[in-house]
Design a protein around this ligand. Sequence first.
Ligand SMILES: *Cc1c(COP(=O)(O)O)cnc(C)c1O
Length: 431
Amino acid sequence: MPAQQVHYGGMRVRDFENDNGMMIFGGMRAADIADRFGTPVYVTDEQILRGNYRRIHEAFNSRMPTEIHYACKANTNLAILSILNQEGSHIDAVSIGEVLTCLKAGFPADRIMYTGVNVSDAELKALLETGCRINVDSESELERLAKLTTDIPISFRITPGVASGHSAKVMTGGKGAKFGIPYNRVVDVYARAKDLGFDVKGIHAHTGSGGLSTEPFSEVVDVLCGLVNDIEAETGIRLEFLDFGGGVGVPYKAQEEEIDLDELAEEIVETVREETSIKTLALEPGRYIVCDSTILLTRCVDVKDAGPKKYVGVDAGFNTLIRPAFYDSYHYVAIANKFNRACTAKYDVVGPICETGDYLAHDRALPDPEEGDVVAVYNAGAYGFTMSSNYNSRPLCAEVLVNNGEAELIREAESIEELWRHQRIPERLMR
Ligand SMILES: *Cc1c(COP(=O)(O)O)cnc(C)c1O
C-alpha cells in the first residue's frame, strides 16, 4: 500500500499508511478503532513509542552513559509507563502523584528523580517515604529538607539564564525564572548542602519545552560545565552527573525539521568530555518520546457554513486537547476515512465547548467533511490527555493502545456519574 502524502500548502507531514482511503494506524484502520471504542479517544502505537525511546537512548548511550529520564507529565497512562519501564527508562517526576503513579507502573524508586517547584513540607515527607531521588529547586527547600533528613543523595536544579520553547508559557530557564537556584547563588548553595551533610551528586537545568534547535542545549550545557568546575574548585564537591533537562521538540508542521539527535548528542558529549570529568549524563525528554506515538480520534458531528467561515464540529474540544486553545499550538488534522481524497475547502475544526477559543485547528483544507467522519489529530501523545479536564461537565475520554494490528483499552472513558463522585450536598440544602 502506498504511503499517503498529506498536502496542505505544499507541506507534508508524517506518512501513515493508506488502505483504500482509510488511514492505517498501528496496523489498524483508525476509523475502526473509533467505531469500536467510541470517540473522542486517544490512540497510541506501541511500536512508535518504543522506537522513539530507543532512538534517543541510542544517540546518547553510543557516546557516553546517559540516563533517559522520561518526563512523565507529558503522558502518565500506566500502560505507557509500563512500556517505558520495560525499555529501562528513568523518570522525571514533578509531583508526588507522578512519583506514586510511576511506582505503581513498576518503576523502581531509584530510577525516579523528583524535580518540583514550590515544594511543600508535606510533599517532601511523602517523597522521602518513596525513596525516590530529589532534585532540589530552592534554598528554602534545601533547609526544609535538611530538617527531615540529610541522609540522601541530592542534586540541584539551577537557573541557567537560557530559555527555550514553543510558547512563552513553557520557557523555564531564563534569568529571573521561578525555577531553580539563581545562577549567582549556585556555588554557595552547593557549599551549604555539603556543610549540612548532604551527598550532592549532580547538577540539573531545564530551559523549556518544545524547541527545535540544538542551540539552547549547547548553551545550557556550557553553563552547567562551567558550574561543575566552579563547584569543584570552591567546595571540593566532585559531581557525578550532569542533567541538561528536557525540551527536545518534534515537528508539528510539515516544513519543520526534526532535531538531529546524533548531532545534538555529539556536540553535548564532546563539550562535557572536554570541559569536565563528568561520567554520566541525564536528559529528560517528555514530548519527544510520546508526542507522535499518539493520535486523537474525534467524530465529526456537525458541519456548518457560516458565510466567511466553514466549520467542522467534532466531539473533542479543549476539554480533551487544550494545546491549540492554550498555546495556539498547531496540530495536523486529517479525515481518517477519506484519507486519499482531494481537499475541497478550508475549515475550522471546533469542539463542543461553549467558548469561542475552543478549537483544534484553523483554516485547514479538508476533503468534503460530513457528519460521521472520523477526524485524526496528529501528535496528540504529549500534553494531550494529561491536560484534559471535565470543563462543561464532559467526562474524560478513553485511551487505547494498538500494537501490530491489535487494540486494547488502557483507560475507560469516565461516566457522567463519576463527575459527581467527590461532591457533597449539605443535608440542609436537600430539604
Ligand atoms: C516538562 C519538563 C521536562 C520535559 O519537557 P519536554 O519538552 O516534554 O521534553 C523535562 N524536565 C523538567 C524539569 C520539566 O518540567
